[in-house]
Design a binder for this molecule. Structure first.
Ligand code: F6R
Length: 351
């Protein structure tokens, strides 16, 4: 049931603020957002966390690393599941594995789970399907409560994973350093605000994207969202898109910038705003078509998409939304099958 939306993808994009509120309801304990005590205890004596995932869930994992390191002060490594499975790094014995998967059925990740469990490491899965293989086979599991995701391109599961990772990391921090009740509420409002302005993004897309290539650039957490924005655009529009660390543009990819190639910068962090903007200027000098997604407090002059401010660490919940809408409206303009892009399956059950 598309609930009046033309495609599941747009329905699921629109559900994202509700997903955040649902997660808040499910994780609320005494007016605070917390994981269950037994999950917190799993992290006693843990010196390093490994996050494993594929695709969009991997991109959520990269943001999870920032939460664990900045909020919980636990060092983290993030691996693509299919890479970890056969090229294992040197692992500290006091390590715990967090496996992130919307479906809970991704074969690459299951291979990792079997492998690390056999070696005796503790495992925690984060999934959208509590009856899935990864939810059942890990030592413990956290539900993201995003509701069934039907469009092949993942949207609401990604924001759900990020919110649950934030709650997990904050539960492990000594001082519970983030006031997540108010920060996640604020993020949900900011998400709603940009979803309500989706017609504007549709218009922007009609005027900006007439090229077979596109780039997303960003630094730090914005780079991780750039990777996700690029994946979404390429998978549903078939436009070749790369997500690039803004500072790396000059180390190679700049050679590809020519007239009218969109270069979309995500700028949500004040301390790197000027650097990313000067990278964008260089792309503009090569006649690329710059587009800026910023927050109110990082915006300048005439940025194309300005989002309501949210906590610095939670910016991906909001900055990802225009990237999803850009992909959606471009695919719609091209008349391709938005909910079922060619060559892809909703869950990848072979390695
Ligand atoms: C992209 C997408 C895929 C999945 C990946 C992992 O939109 O949906 O990249 O994120 O196949 O799937 P899960 O999260 O089910 O393990």
């Amino acid at each position: 049931d598309k609930a009046g939306y033309e495609h599941y993808m747009l329905k699921e994009i629109s559900e994202q603020p509700a997903v955040i509120r649902k997660i808040m309801k499910e994780y609320m304990v005494d007016h605070k957002l917390r994981v269950r005590p037994e999950i917190k205890e799993m992290f006693n004596n843990i010196k390093r966390v490994y996050i494993l995932a594929a695709g969009t869930s991997f991109h959520a994992g990269l943001i999870g690393r920032v939460f664990f390191e900045e909020v919980a002060k636990i060092p983290v490594e993030v691996f693509i599941a299919s890479e970890f499975a056969y090229n294992e790094p040197l692992i500290d014995p006091h390590s715990l594995f967090v496996l992130i998967s919307q479906s809970g059925e991704t074969a690459d990740l299951r291979a990792c789970l079997v492998n690390v469990k056999e070696k005796g490491y503790k495992t925690l899965s984060i999934t959208n399907v509590p009856t899935s293989t990864l939810a059942r086979e890990a030592d413990a599991t956290l539900n993201i409560y995003a509701g069934t995701e039907i469009a092949v391109a993942s949207t609401k599961a990604y924001v759900g994973q990020i919110a649950v990772l934030a709650i997990l990391a904050n539960s492990l921090s000594k001082q519970h350093s983030l006031d997540l009740v108010s920060e996640l509420s604020r993020a949900a409002v900011s998400m709603e605000n940009i979803i309500d302005r989706r017609d504007y993004i549709n218009e922007l897309v009609q005027h900006t994207f007439n090229s077979q290539d596109a780039f997303y650039i960003g630094r730090g957490i914005d780079y991780f969202v750039s990777l996700e924005g690029a994946l979404k655009l390429k998978e549903i529009t078939y436009i070749h898109t790369d997500g690039i660390a803004a500072g790396e543009l000059k180390h190679g990819p700049m050679a590809l910038i020519e007239k009218d190639i969109p270069v979309i910068a995500i700028i949500s962090q004040d301390h790197i705003s000027n650097n990313t903007r000067s990278n964008l200027e260089e792309a503009k000098a090569r006649e690329g078509k710059p587009l800026v997604i910023s927050l109110e407090n990082t915006s300048k002059g005439n940025d194309d998409i300005v989002l309501m401010d949210v906590h610095r660490l939670l910016s991906p919940l909001v900055t990802v939304i225009p990237t999803q809408l850009i992909a959606y409206y471009k695919a719609k303009q091209l008349g391709v099958d938005i909910d079922k892009p060619r060559n892809l399956a909703k869950s990848a059950t072979v390695e």
